[in-house]
Design a protein around this ligand. Structure first.
Ligand SMILES: [Zn+2]
Length: 101
């Protein structure tokens, strides 16, 4: 049985990240101007999750979700997970992501 903890190279797609950045306003706070933020995995190893699990958030929210001192690790994770789901919904609404088959 394959070791589930042994990660494969995460999905990479520059076009996906460009689509995420095309979302103009932060999916969390609504501020204008976004960056494509990944969920951190294996902190210290620079391991980022797949590009399809990235979020369109502003630099303030990105900082808060990344190293915000006001939130616990679990709260920061939950913040990123929420942002990723909202980003995916927005990408579908914008017609940039859909089902291929
Ligand atoms: Zn924000």
């Amino acid at each position: 049985m394959r070791d589930l903890l042994q990660r494969q190279t995460p999905y990479r797609n520059p076009k996906w990240l460009a689509a995420v950045r095309s979302i103009e306003c932060c999916v969390l706070c609504g501020a204008y101007g976004t960056e494509a933020a990944h969920r951190d995995e294996g902190k210290g190893m620079g391991q980022k999750t797949a590009d399809c699990a990235s979020a369109a958030i502003c630099s303030t929210c990105h900082h808060e979700a990344g190293n915000g001192k006001n939130l616990s690790r679990e709260e920061r994770r939950a913040m990123m997970d929420k942002a990723i789901v909202l980003t995916l919904i927005e990408l579908v609404n914008l017609g940039k992501v859909g089902v291929l088959k």
